[in-house]
Design a protein around this ligand. Structure first.
Ligand SMILES: N[C@@H](CCC(=O)N[C@@H](CS)C(=O)NCC(=O)O)C(=O)O
Length: 210
């Protein structure tokens, strides 16, 4: 059985989509970031850096449960554990990692920095936030070109690279209408019941067990 400590953010939703895709039994536990629950002692025992998501695999084959942080590392772990959503050949896997990191690092951290400068810094750093938003558009343009050439981000198969990108793309879709390939792929993936369940796990019964 797997426990997922999460919140409704890109990093958290990546992992719940993945768990729905591979069909492993899990319980999702909400960590209310707005109430500072990430700083509670019990949570800090799981992740001393006070961040969600945290995955606890009680059935990892090790003597103690495996406690894992970093959403992208969790996706890789779950793909290897389930033997799903990761190609067999080394070269194809490398392509998946390339696109995962493109999204998680280049796009994800730029979105985070723009949001931070706009919302959290006083006085607001409007000009810097605007420049980062422009950068996000350039990165999405590159992303869109890739999807013009290939069915999915890392080639012709749905993989953890697509799941890495999905929550941010879903939440920003009103700003992405000028990227037709991205929108086409998003609309298709958004119809998957697994994606819908993964995006809303905290608003439902918190578990796919039974
Ligand atoms: N690189 C980490 C980032 C984790 C992260 O930044 N989590 C945010 C939510 S998306 C968080 O827990 N923030 C708590 C806080 O800001 O206090 C990952 O991919 O898991």
């Amino acid at each position: 059985m797997i426990d997922l400590y999460t919140a409704n953010t890109f990093n958290g939703q990546r992992v719940s989509i993945m768990l729905e895709e591979i069909g492993l039994e899990y319980s999702a536990h909400r960590v209310d970031l707005s109430k500072g629950e990430q700083h509670l002692a019990d949570f800090l025992k799981l992740n001393p850096s006070a961040r969600i998501p945290v995955l606890v695999d009680n059935d990892s084959g090790t003597s103690a449960p495996l406690v894992l942080t970093q959403s992208v590392a969790i996706l890789q772990y779950l793909a290897e554990k389930s033997q799903l959503l990761l190609p067999e050949s080394l070269a194809e896997r490398a392509r998946v990692y390339e696109w995962m990191h493109f999204h998680a690092i280049d796009i994800g951290s730029t979105i985070f920095s723009a949001f931070y400068l706009q919302q959290r810094i006083q006085p607001t750093q409007q000009q810097a936030a605007d420049q980062l938003r422009q950068r996000i558009h350039e990165l999405y343009h590159f992303f869109d070109q890739q999807l013009a050439k290939h069915e999915f981000l890392a080639g012709e198969h749905y993989s953890i690279a697509d799941i890495t990108a999905l929550p941010a793309v879903i939440s920003q879709q009103d700003k992405l209408s000028s990227y037709p390939n991205l929108m086409r792929r998003l609309q298709q993936l958004n119809q998957r019941p697994t994606v819908q369940r993964g995006m809303t796990v905290l608003d439902r019964g918190l578990s796919n067990a039974n």
